[in-house]
Write a protein that binds this ligand. Sequence first.
Ligand code: NAD
Length: 247
Amino acid sequence: MSKTEKTTIVTGAASGIGRAIALRLAGEGGRVLAMDTDAAGLADLATAQAEAEAGRIATLAGDVAREEDVASCVAEAMQRFGRIDAVVCNAGIMKRVPAAELSYEDWHRVLDVNLSQSFLFAKHAGSELRKARGAMLLVSSTRAFMSEADTESYSATKGGLFALAHSLAVSLSPEVRVNAVAPGWINVSGEALRPVDHQQHLVGRVGEPDDVAHAASFLLDGEKAGFITGQTLVIDGGMTRQMIYAH
Ligand SMILES: NC(=O)c1ccc[n+]([C@@H]2O[C@H](COP(=O)([O-])OP(=O)(O)OC[C@H]3O[C@@H](n4cnc5c(N)ncnc54)[C@H](O)[C@@H]3O)[C@@H](O)[C@H]2O)c1
């Protein structure tokens, strides 16, 4: 099947990395169902499509932490496009709060959004992905492997996605490949950065959303990445490869 006929669900597609992935896949000729809680951001995404790509991105407002919304998203993709070749579980939230002050409810919210969505999409889209011999891509983080203070809930989910990628890869094999990406610092807001922000990366710059979108496109492509499954690809400009000693 050519890339042009492939359908991908992308969550958290109203902004940042998810938006870049949705636009890249559509730009390559694929069809995308973009899901997000941010309806205004989704409307903006739909209008951002190049004229030649009009109609390739459909949108659906929904919460990835609600099982009924995930089931509706899968049903919507089937109704609109008739098949699901890939799911990108990208939606994510972070609560930077000391453990002593983080409510148990907020702890669970981060787990539900960041981690459980991938279980829910595997549960509801797994059979269609098998039929399509498709792929899942989970968006983890270098915070799966290293941390700042007061980010326990976020780091736990991103570490969980590292494990879920290989666990789902085994369970959904041989038909479905499941991989994760672990981005480092990606400037999704376009904020002004200092020279030192760039210099702490081996490649000399902070990442851009398209750095992740290029990798997503590759990992979802069964012809190019057909021998890669259960892996987590770090996309961090080398930041986590540099030892830090105080001089
Ligand atoms: N930006 C970075 O430096 C960085 C680094 C590593 C990993 N990540 C991960 O990349 C992913 C995308 O993050 P981003 O930086 O583009 O952030 P972002 O805030 O720009 O985008 C996240 C999107 O997810 C949506 N979202 C949040 N909760 C949702 C829910 N319950 N249901 C549906 N949609 C929901 C938001 O509305 C938003 O559009 C996240 O999983 C994040 O953890 C980002």
